[in-house]
Design a protein. Structure first.
Length: 356
């Protein structure tokens, strides 16, 4: 089945040049690309599950753009600041005059982006289909440079970028979890879904911690974590936490697991995190996690751990969040797999080339 809007766009004159690489900004595992010339495509996708799914389909993919390109398609994400940054990046990475197509659903703000762009540069008439729109403009370096991703400081000493989870401040659930951690933590720790590193930094401030592995699927978030956590005890892994392979079982784990794969809540994602944590821990290990109270995690925790306790935060019970301590995984939890390679502890970041 063809992409409902992209297939119509390809019927327009000069939709793409006859040769050269075409950038695809933020396509997902479900994006239909069958109408495009696969050999010419280069997908820019930093979310590891989508990255790996695209690679499995034989599409060249990387977390960062590798321009120049002769054309681009931007698949609009939900966060407006991130969408603007992607569009601006495409405008810079495509050769001058090359087509930049913008595709998105109404629920993801495509109409607002179209209005904003019309006030800045010449834009084609949109093609409306399947509750969304697609339109194009010709790349003009510098025309949207003020839309490029700019780092922000959500907490003193921490940096984030648009589109990263809780980019504007410390997530309240993570703050509650940090407040409930004991004074002394196990020696070998892991943070599943570490984000931009705030919770990891709190873990490293506790006694007893000798090492901490930060596992994060979103490339930009992990790059922020590398800037935010300079402690030599930390290692960084760009990976899907639910499929992460490890060297040795951990003694302790912390996590504030995601529970959305789209606009709708997906408890199965958090449950996959819980199963992954149980499989990574030693049989005497402990998991500390925070979750929204309405999510059905309690039964699974009791299925996978011998002892499960709800911890009351220092300020009293919280109506929105639940803090659980789960101890001693039951022996049938997932077995360890092959050893991964750690990402470098620090990397140079060029914001102008980033997608957010």
């Amino acid at each position: 089945m063809s992409h409902p809007r992209l297939s119509l766009a390809l019927e327009t004159p000069d939709a793409f040049p006859a040769s050269g690489r075409i950038a695809l900004f933020r396509p997902t595992a479900e994006t239909d690309l069958s109408d495009l010339p696969r050999a010419r495509l280069h997908a820019v996708q930093g979310f590891r599950p989508d990255h790996d799914a695209l690679a499995a389909r034989g599409i060249a993919v990387a977390p960062l753009p590798e321009g120049p390109y002769v054309a681009a398609v931007v698949f609009v994400p939900r966060a407006k600041a991130e969408a603007r940054a992607l569009i601006a990046q495409a405008c810079e990475m495509v050769v001058p005059g090359g087509p930049v197509w913008i595709d998105g659903a109404k629920t993801d703000g495509i109409d607002s982006l179209l209005r904003d762009l019309r006030g800045r540069i010449p834009v084609s008439d949109p093609i409306a289909k399947a509750h969304g729109k697609i339109f194009r403009f010709d790349a003009m370096p510098g025309a949207l440079i003020d839309w490029l991703a700019q780092p922000s400081e959500p907490a003193p000493g921490f940096t984030t970028l648009p589109g990263v989870f809780s980019a504007d401040g410390v997530d309240r659930g993570s703050a509650l979890l940090a407040a409930c951690l004991p004074e002394t933590l196990p020696a070998r720790m892991v943070d599943l879904g570490a984000g931009w590193g705030w919770l990891s930094a709190q873990v490293l401030g506790h006694k007893g911690v000798e090492s901490l592995d930060l596992i994060e699927a979103e490339h930009d978030a992990l790059e922020c974590a590398k800037m935010n956590v300079s402690d030599p005890r930390a290692r960084f892994f760009w990976a899907d936490a639910t499929k992460f392979t490890f060297e040795n079982r951990y003694m302790g784990a912390v996590m504030n697991p995601p529970f959305h794969t789209s606009r709708a809540a997906d408890p199965g994602l958090g449950q996959a995190f819980i199963r992954a944590a149980a499989g990574m821990l030693s049989l005497s290990g402990t998991l500390w996690m925070v979750s929204n109270r309405h999510l059905p995690y309690e039964a699974l925790l009791r299925e996978l751990f011998h002892d499960v306790t709800e911890i009351t935060p220092p300020g009293g019970p919280d109506g929105a969040f639940r803090i659980n301590r789960a101890e001693r995984p039951i022996a049938h939890a997932t077995k360890p797999a092959a050893r991964p390679e750690a990402a470098p502890a620090a990397t140079q970041r060029r914001v102008s080339r980033k997608r957010r």
